[in-house]
Design a protein around this ligand. Structure first.
Ligand code: GRF
Length: 214
């Protein structure tokens, strides 16, 4: 029995690559589809190189966002995923979409939620001047980055200058710190879910039980 995942992306797709490299084709887990919100998402090529089916679902190609989400949901449904992974999918999905996959959508966010939800999370952390940053994998609900938390990992941020004064290279170096953690945490979360080790507490749906993976 295979555990099928579909990955939704908008850009570079390094988190998708981490899943393709360390999860896809192992322990019965298979990436069966990759959908992008933009045709120029670099991650689409990563999916094609791995022989994974791709689709592009840009809002601009549909009458509105609700129609795009319906088309996307129908396409995904045909591929029968057990889990949808938002890996750098930079758009909010409509409540109707989310209700079609109850408890089966996860997202990775480059911050220790509930701090710095929304766009530009890394920039928000740098602007705020936090010394501890981190990454969160959480279930997706109808809010923005607000669903129950599955895994988090924190790390210390090196001192940095005002973000306005940082060079592109310096910003990229900080982003690398986040990516390194993301590329470990997201595959781990997917493996745990596929192994049936993640469950929502029936008495309090904010709380997620995770059986250790040793
Ligand atoms: C990641 O930092 C992810 O946490 C955020 O968007 C970024 C996507 O990066 N939601 P990539 O496309 O996986 O390289």
């Amino acid at each position: 029995m295979s555990f099928k995942i579909a990955v939704l992306i908008s850009g570079e797709g390094t988190n998708l690559q981490a899943l393709l490299d360390s999860v896809h084709g192992r322990d019965g887990i298979e990436v069966v589809a990759v959908a992008a919100s933009r045709a120029d998402a670099r991650g689409l090529e990563r999916a094609r190189s791995a022989g994974v089916e791709t689709g592009v679902f840009a809002v601009a190609d549909h009458p509105d966002r609700a129609a795009r989400d319906r088309a996307l949901a129908a396409w995904l449904d045909e591929r029968g995923p057990d889990l949808l992974v938002l890996a750098g999918f930079m758009e909010l999905l409509t409540p109707a979409f989310i209700r079609r996959f109850p408890g089966r959508i996860v997202n990775i966010h480059p911050a220790l939620l509930p701090s710095f939800a929304g766009l530009r999370a890394i920039a928000q952390a740098l602007e705020y001047g936090v010394r501890i940053a981190g990454v969160t994998v959480h279930f997706v609900d109808e809010g923005m980055d607000s669903g129950p938390i599955i895994l988090q990992e924190a790390f210390e941020l090196p001192y940095h200058r005002d973000i306005e004064a940082m060079s592109e290279r310096e910003i990229e170096e900080v982003e690398e710190l986040f990516h390194e953690v993301e590329h470990r945490l997201l595959p781990r979360a997917v493996r745990l879910i596929a192994a049936g080790r993640v469950s929502v507490d029936p008495d309090n749906p904010r709380l997620v039980r995770v059986e250790p993976d040793g």
